[in-house]
Design a protein around this ligand. Structure first.
Ligand code: BES
Ligand code: MN
Ligand code: ZN
Length: 498
């Protein structure tokens, strides 16, 4: 979908469809008001007759409205005036884009970003509109022989604003929204790809293609390279698979040469069968999503590169399959991580932390300002937080505040979990420096504690996205979370947000 910013009054738009809002109180949005005035109360008459009550989630399509230059006017219900907050705003945009796709209009002029939303400025409203419009239009149909055709898809959406003086700000917000949307779409597509296509090698090729597209530095470490570095924890996960593991490293350099990079590490298990500690069969297909952490850091990098943010960003993806087999790791095996710490693998299904710990140690060489890892790490996190919030663990309170705030801003929320030393005892092993599991209680915390043993040298946060990276059931599919959270955090760090 093509986006643009326009200026002008709604009745003068030569568009296939002008989109305006109506509250439940029959109050019209500013643009609806303006049409109503020009058209001799045409809209308020319709509303009085009861054809549009302004309820959230409802729309009414009008044709040839008097005194307008557009073919159609789409009225979007906004719900109660007093309750029109960010969630309601986003729902209204979603509803508008869906309705537009069902009309014959191939272009639309959106006036909803003019409506005031508590605590959210014009830039936020425009960014969010672009993200939601793309998200609503997203399809993953490359493996369907019959595509689900939208007969008259929306091709162009212009966001119309009132004040000429706000044009530059609006343009920038739109560009940011489009970049975030592109990052989210990439993350969703990588997540949705089946495990037989999206292998570690495929992720590596995707990274190399991104490097060509955006002039990034890219290195792919092969098994032998990792072996030489002593990454025996990471390599132990790949032992049962016929797919060679990859350690993918990408550098984006938008900041000063001396500036320390921010490092994002994404878990890239392209299929998690559990290994010898095999998972039960039910819903095992969903373990193709076990690389959604990797997908989200690649998506974030794409958004950052597209926006040309003035920061240095490094992305590291440890990628492997986790499969059973004659040469697979076994419960009780002991491996030495790149850090020198030894690990007793009590459960081969706790593989995420085994690949992440070596990637985190590897991150040290880039002298990072901050390291954030993103991983579909524990089923326990789904039990704790469901599918609403991402689990946040960190050794730095300031970083916690920034990430929680970014999540609020981006409507991609996280919730902080404890990382107290009291939990470290759970990882005690009789035979090695630590075990790779800590028992059923506080499973997401003991996983984070495990990682914390490899992140002592920098400010670090861990995002457990096991509950938020994808949806199950009828809407099964990757969500692209937490690309929006991470991108907002980086935008803020780059000084691009208020
Ligand atoms: N990828 C899974 C975590 C997961 C499970 C995410 C279900 C989303 C839904 C991870 O590798 C795993 O298997 N974790 C184990 C850890 C346990 C063995 C300590 C888990 O959560 O069961
Ligand atoms: Mn597992
Ligand atoms: Zn896993």
């Amino acid at each position: 979908m093509e986006f643009s910013i326009k200026r002008g009054s709604p009745e003068k738009q030569r568009s296939a469809c002008v989109v305006v809002g109506v509250f439940e109180s029959r109050k019209l949005s500013p643009a609806a008001e303006s049409i109503d005035n020009a058209a001799n109360s045409y809209l308020s008459d319709i509303i009085r007759r009861g054809d549009m009550e302004g309820k959230a989630g409802t729309t009414l399509l009008l044709h040839d409205v008097p005194a307008t230059l557009c073919d159609r006017v789409l009225l979007v219900g906004l719900g109660k005036d007093k309750e029109f907050h960010e969630k309601e705003y986003c729902a209204a945009i979603r509803c508008a884009v869906k309705a537009l796709n069902e009309t014959g209009a191939s272009d639309g002029a959106l006036f909803l970003t003019e409506i005031a939303v508590k605590k959210r400025d014009l830039a936020w409203r425009i960014r969010q509109a672009a993200i939601i419009a793309q998200e609503t239009a997203y399809r993953f149909e490359q493996f369907k022989s019959k595509k689900n055709e939208v007969r008259h898809p929306l091709r162009k959406l212009s966001v119309v604003i009132e004040q000429r003086s706000k044009l530059p700000l609006a343009e920038e917000a739109l560009a940011q929204g489009q970049a975030i949307a592109a990052g989210v779409a990439l993350a969703r597509t990588l997540g949705n790809l089946p495990g037989n296509v999206c292998t570690p090698g495929y992720l590596a090729e995707t990274a190399q293609q991104m490097a060509r597209d955006h002039a990034l530095d890219c290195q792919i470490l092969e098994r032998a390279d990792m072996d030489a570095l002593g990454m025996h924890s990471l390599l132990s996960v790949a032992k049962g698979s016929h797919q060679p593991p990859k350690l993918i490293v990408l550098h984006y350099k938008g900041g000063g040469a001396e500036e320390k990079p921010l490092v994002l590490v994404g878990k890239g298990i392209t299929f998690d069968s559990g290994g010898i500690s095999l998972k039960p069969g039910l819903e095992m297909d969903e373990m193709k999503f076990d690389m959604c952490g990797a997908a989200s850091v690649l998506g974030t990098l794409k958004a950052v590169a597209q926006m040309e943010l003035p920061i240095n960003l490094t992305v590291i993806v440890p990628s492997s399959e986790n499969m059973p087999g004659g040469s697979a790791s076994k419960p009780g095996d002991i491996v030495t991580s790149m850090s020198g710490q030894t690990i007793e693998i009590l459960n081969t299904d706790a593989e995420g932390r085994l690949v992440l710990c070596d990637a985190l140690t590897y991150a040290e060489r880039f002298k990072p300002a901050t390291v954030i890892d993103v991983a579909t790490l524990t089923g326990a996190c789904v039990i704790a937080l469901g599918h609403v919030a991402t689990g946040l663990f960190t050794n730095d309170d300031g970083l916690a505040r920034e990430l929680l705030h970014a999540g609020e801003e981006a409507q991609d929320r996280a919730w902080q979990m404890p990382l107290w030393d009291d939990y470290q005892d759970l990882l005690k092993s009789n035979f090695a420096d630590m075990a790779n599991i800590g028992g059923r209680a506080a499973g997401s915390v003991s996983a984070a504690c495990f990682l914390s043993r490899f992140t002592k040298k920098f400010d670090w946060a861990h995002l457990d996205i096991a509950g938020t990276a994808w949806k199950s059931g009828a809407d099964k599919g990757a969500t692209g979370r937490p690309v929006a959270l991470l991108t907002h955090y980086l935008l803020k760090r780059a000084g691009k947000l208020n």
